[in-house]
Design a protein. Sequence first.
Lengths: 289, 316
Amino acid sequence: MTQVILFNVLNGLIVGAFYALMALGLSLILNLSGVINFAHGGFLALGAYLAYSLAPYLGFWGGLALAPFLTAALGLIIERVLIRRLYGRDPLYSLLLTFGLAFIFQDALRFLWGAQSVPYQIPGWLASPLSASLFFLTGYRVFMVVIVALAVTALFLILGYTRLGIRIRAGTLDLDTVSVLGVNVRVLRNLNFGLGIYLAGLAGVLAAGMLGLSPTIGDTLIMPSFVAIIVGGLGSLPGTLAGGLLIGIASGLTAVFLPAGTEAVIYVMMALVLMVRPHGLFGDAGRLR
Amino acid sequence: MKNLEGRIGTIILWLLLLTAPYWMPLFGGYTGLGTRVLVLALAAMSVNFLLGFTGVLSFGHAAFFGLGAYGAGMTIKYIYASTMLGLAIGVLVGILGAMIIGAMIVRLRGVYFAMVTIAFGQVFYFVAFRWSSLTGGDDGLTGWKRVPLDLGVTQIDILHNDIAFYYLVLVCVAVCSAAMALLLRSPFGRTLLAIRENERRARFLGIPVDKHIWMSFVCSAAFCSVAGALYAYLDNFVDPRAFRWEQSGDFVIMAVLGGMRSFWGPLIGAAVFVVLQDKISSVTDYWMSILGLLFVLAVVFFPRGVLGVVKRKQGL
C-alpha cells in the first residue's frame, strides 16, 4: 500500500510539474496584460508537432531545443498583429479573441498533421525504467521533472535578475508607472507574451514524449492550469508553481482511493480554496477588483 | 422616437418568429434549425442578462445549460415521463447549482470571475463523463423521449410534430424573455445597471453589490437551464459536451456577435451563429476554424455586434 501511495504521489508530482509549467506561461500573460490565453493549449500542441517534424532532421534534442522558440516566434507575431489591439478594451474581447484562435489552432493542426494521433520517439535510454522495484519511474518521467525544474529556475532567474524580468515584475504591479518611467510597454508586453508561449511550447514537446501527439493534446491540459493559477493565487508566480504541484499531488492521491474522481478533485480543491481565501493561497487580494 | 422604433422592431421580430416554420423552408431552412436557434438564443440571452446588464462576464454558463439538460432528461428517464416536470426539475437543479457556485465566486471580478466560472463548469463535465451508470458517460443520456403535452381537454403531440415543438419552445422563450424584461425594468434591474455602470458608486450608495450580483447570477442561470432542458428535448439526447467550456464560449460569442447592450441582440447573434454553423459544416470539415476566424474578425473590427453597428449607423 505504501508503495502504491508513493507511486501515485510521485506520479502526481510529475503531472503537477507539467501543469505548473503551462500555468506559469498563462500566469505571466494574465498578470501583465490581463489576457486569459485560451489559445495556450493550441500553442502547446503546435510546439509538440513542430518538435515532431523537426526530429527527423535534428533529432530529439534539436526538436526540444528549437520547437519552443519557433512556437514563441509565432506567439510574438500573433500578439503584435491581433492581441495588442485589444489591450485598452474590456477583457471580454481578448478572451473571445483567444477563444477564436483556439478553434483556428485546432483545425490548422488537424489540417497540417492529420487528426490521428501519432507516437513521438524519445531516446531509448530515456524510455526504460530506472530500476526493477520502482518500475513506474521511467527515465523519461525523471527527465521531464528535471527539464521543468531547469525551466522554472531559469524563469525565476530571468524575472529576478535581468532588466527584462524586473520590468515585467514592475509592470505587473503598476504598468502606468513603468510606462511613465520610459519603458516601452508595447515591447515589454510583446516579449512577455513570447516568454509565456515559449513555456507552452516547451510543455508541448515534453507532453508529446509522454502522451503522444494529437491535435487536442492541449485541451485536456489547459483547464488544470487555470485551476493551478486560481489555487495558487492571482498575481503570484510562485503561487502558480505551488498550485500546479498541489493539484498534481491531490489528483495522484485521489487515484489511489477514488479513481473516478481524479479529475474532479482539483475542482473541489479550488472550491475549498475559494471559500477560505478568494484570492488564492499566495495571491494578492488587491487583484480581485 | 427611439422607443417607437424599438417597439416596431420587437413586433416585427415576433411576427417573424411566430411564422418561422412556414417561411424558413423557402430559404433552405427546416423547423429543427429554427428550434435550435431559439434554444441557443435563450441561452445567449441569459448570459447577456449577466454580461450586458450587470457587467459581469460568466464563461461557465454551460454548467447550468448542462444541469438543465441532464435534469430534464434524467427526470423523464428515471422518475416520471412528463415534459413539464422534467423542465421544472432541470431548472431547479440549475438554480441550486448557481446558488452554490455563485456564493463562492461573487467576490471576484472581471477576468478572474470569468476564469473561475470556466473552471467550475468542468466539474460537471467530469461528473457527467465519469458517472456513466447514471448519465451514460461519453455516449450521452439516451433511451428517453420528450412526452406529448397533456392539457386535460386535449393533447399536443410535441414528440412527433416538430412544428408543435417549435411553438412550445417559442412559448418558453417568450415567457423567459418577458420575465427578463420585467426584471430589468424593476428596481432590481435598475440597480444591476447601476452596478454595471459604476460599481464603486453603487457601493457608496449603500447597495449590497455582491448580493445583487449573486441574485443576477442565479436568475441568469435559471434562464440558461430552461434553455438546457429544451436543448435536451430537441434531440431527445444529452451528452457531456453540453457542459464544456466551448459551449459557454459559444453563448458569449452569440451575445457579443449580436450586440450585448441590446435586449434582442443575442437572439440575432444566435441566429447568425447557428445558421452559419449549419451551412459551413455541411460544406467543409474545417468549419471550426472558419467560425474561429469569424470570432477573431468580429472581436477586432465589430466589437459592438450586429445591432450595435446598426444603431450607430442610425446615430442612435
